[in-house]
Design a protein around this ligand. Sequence first.
Ligand code: SF4
Length: 162
Amino acid sequence: MSGGAGVEAEAGAEAGAEAAAQADAVRFRPHHFLCALGFVGKGYSDRFTANMAAIVEGRLRAPGGAATAIEVVGRLDDICAPCPRRAGALCSVQAKIDRLDAAHAAALGLAPGDRIRWGEALARIRARVRPGDLARLCAGCEWLELGLCEAALARLHATGGR
Ligand code: SF4
């Protein structure tokens, strides 16, 4: 294979990955953008964690993942689906989830029905959520005190998501 053909094949593969990334949008409720940023392979059950890993590590953090389309929803989303705390169409701690969603939607300037690529979401988080803000935005979340999400936010500010 000539160098030119190799470059073309590479460009084709990248275009294919981008097209696939945009094909079926991931559905996120507003507070799950920051949760996805901070995800380190822990969750509420094995099924929950495997599903979240497939979304976050298998799509958002995979090569070309910045192009992944995300649809903002105001209800159960693709991360909630296998959660052991789900109670039908709601969460067993729905009032807390509503508070988290409202705080994160306001902070990110996102509303149900919006579509945004993961790379754009990272830029938006960096522009609008400062290190230290999660103590307020995520008040009541049991993962907050572990500091993993704040650490991820600090890394995003330090590296610009690269
Ligand atoms: S502290 Fe909780 S709500 Fe906030 S980003 Fe982390 S997991 Fe999500």
